[in-house]
Design a protein around this ligand. Structure first.
Ligand SMILES: Nc1ncnc2c1ncn2[C@@H]1O[C@H](COP(=O)(O)OP(=O)(O)OP(=O)(O)O)[C@@H](O)[C@H]1O
Ligand SMILES: [Mg+2]
Length: 224
């Protein structure tokens, strides 16, 4: 049984003030196995980010199903209760967005360490793992104890990536994770993705430059 089976998923945005409906994506179907990486392609505005957000349930899909095999049974991500989705977000599914939402007076190191704390690790362990992630992505140590709201675009993306990938996940949704990264950080991320894949983590990624993850792509899906 696959980790995720998406069937005929669709999303439209109804703009009530304008009396209009903006289509995001329609009839999306694919299957994802554990340990495999699915690349989503398509032009700007095709609905790639919206598709990832529907799977993470930041958006509620309009139709279709997304049957996900959790560690203890299957669940339809398209219709599951918010409380079940919240649990999956804590324990199984990670989402790397394009934009960081920093919180006031939380340092870069602690923002990254947080998912491990929530998962029950000690503060020392969580900070050590966070330092390992930030170091490997090349975030300069001088700003680990600073507040990310003023960080550069690439620095913020590094925080996003580390925060989403630091805790064990079974499914990772990656929205243009390399877009703002320098070449060394791209190479570091590729190596992390490769290691996670080998450990059985499934990933769905939007990459406008798939060469960043050359050799790691198992399936491609085009959103028109
Ligand atoms: N919250 C929203 N409300 C209304 N329309 C939205 C919303 N989010 C996305 N859209 C619209 O849905 C369509 C798909 O957007 P989406 O961000 O999913 O595209 P994308 O494929 O990720 O594009 P890009 O390659 O530029 O990142 C666009 O036309 C966009 O304007
Ligand atoms: Mg997008």
């Amino acid at each position: 049984m696959p980790l995720l089976q998406v069937e005929d998923l669709s999303k439209n945005f109804v703009i009530h003030a304008l009396g209009r409906t903006i289509p995001a994506f329609q009839g999306v179907s694919f299957t994802l196995e554990a340990g495999s990486l699915l690349l989503i392609r398509g032009p700007n505005g095709a609905g790639k980010s919206s598709l990832l957000r529907c799977l993470y349930r930041t958006y509620l899909p309009d139709g279709g199903r997304a049957i996900y095999a959790t560690a203890d049974g299957t669940i339809d991500l398209a219709s599951a209760a918010d409380v079940d989705i919240a649990l999956l977000r804590r324990t199984e599914i990670g989402h790397v967005t394009q934009f960081l939402r920093p919180r006031p007076r939380v340092t870069a190191l602690d923002l990254v360490a947080e998912p491990l704390l929530v998962a029950g690790h000690s503060l020392a362990e969580a900070r050590e793992a966070a330092a390992d992630w930030l170091g490997s992505l090349g975030l300069k140590a001088a700003i680990w104890q600073a507040y990310p709201s003023t960080f550069s675009g690439g620095e913020q993306q590094k925080i996003n990536l580390a925060r989403a990938m630091i805790a064990p996940r079974r499914l990772l949704l990656l929205d243009e994770p390399t877009a703002a990264l320098d070449p060394d950080a791209r190479a570091a991320l590729r190596s992390r993705i490769s290691t996670l894949k080998a450990a059985g983590v499934a990933m769905i990624g939007v990459f406008h430059h798939p060469e960043d993850i050359a050799g790691l792509i198992d399936v491609e899906f085009h959103v028109a």
